[in-house]
Design a binder for this molecule. Structure first.
Ligand SMILES: [Zn+2]
Length: 294
């Protein structure tokens, strides 16, 4: 029904995208929409190049700006836009160097609290991206990062909010660790999304957590070789940065529609029939999003 001559004409969602008023902004959203995209998760982007918030009012201001950007995108395109708000773990690490770990952690936790309040009020739908540094840090900093993440996940659990996690890449161990943190914090695994995930969607790779796969080169092959009936929920993302200083550093706005079509073709070659492919596409771009975030 939605697969017409091998081409998917149903919903297509980029679950992790950033936009920047000073770079492409609307034109990037329009490009995604023109390519067949229907929905994005607009994730708050810290302004690393300028000044970072140093108090809660600062955070309120930058979160509000992300919400406003989402409103503009909704007005100017047909896209559904879901807002994701939270303090970035790299900001915590940078500010720990400036103001000390204790002050940075306090600011970070209050910024999480503010984001959760705004989610409760319906201004955003998910906490993120929160997590821990993806690069190696001194051991004491790593311990602090993990204590902080546990506290963040407890807070998300208390307000029953879904979370998009920014974490390091360490093979199967990464999701295994997160699953343990879910157990310790009480945060439902169903609500805990690992963002920027590799394309191994086997249970060993995801530990049963929902993941959003970074859809770069090789991702279709990775998905096709690990996909099975008992894959945990997975989705697609670009982590488009909209950063003029790093053009080409990440995937562009057309990527998810393009990869969606490529995946349909690859699954056809793998021997899947039309109904199976349609079912898979509806899971990825609709049902699993509902069950994870809503
Ligand atoms: Zn991101």
């Amino acid at each position: 029904m939605m697969l017409v001559d091998g081409k998917w004409e149903g919903p297509i969602v980029d679950q992790h995208m950033h936009l920047d008023r000073e770079n492409r902004f609307i034109s990037a959203a329009e490009e995604f929409s023109r390519s067949g995209g229907t929905e994005i998760f607009l994730v708050h982007k810290p302004s690393f190049s300028k000044t970072l918030p140093t108090d809660l009012n600062g955070y309120r201001e930058v979160y509000r700006d992300t919400i406003k950007m989402a409103e503009i995108v909704r007005k100017k395109t047909e896209l559904k836009v879901n807002v994701v708000l939270g303090p970035h773990p790299v900001v915590w690490d940078i500010q720990a160097n400036d103001i000390g770990v204790k002050a940075s952690s306090e600011l970070h936790i209050s910024a999480v609290g503010l984001a959760l309040d705004m989610i409760e009020e319906g201004e955003a739908i998910c906490l993120g991206e929160v997590g821990r540094p993806h690069y190696s840090v001194p051991e004491d900093r790593w311990t602090e990062a993990n204590d902080l993440l546990l506290e963040i996940m407890r807070m998300a659990s208390s307000s029953n909010s879904p979370v998009q996690l920014h974490v390091e890449e360490n093979g199967n161990q990464t999701c295994r660790d997160i699953a343990t943190l879910c157990d310790r914090s009480g945060l439902s695994k169903r609500r805990t999304v690992r963002h920027f995930a590799p394309s191994d969607i086997s249970y060993q790779g995801t530990s049963g957590l929902p993941v959003t796969v970074s859809m770069g080169k090789g991702s279709i092959e990775g998905i096709c070789s690990t996909i099975s009936d008992n894959s945990s929920p997975w989705g697609m993302e670009t982590d488009f940065l909209d950063d003029p200083r790093r053009p080409g550093a990440v995937l562009g706005p057309k990527t998810i529609p393009k990869r969606t079509h490529q995946l349909c073709q690859a699954l056809t070659i793998k021997g899947w029939d039309k109904a199976e492919i349609e079912n898979c596409m509806l899971n990825v771009h609709e049902r699993w999003i509902e069950s994870t975030y809503f």
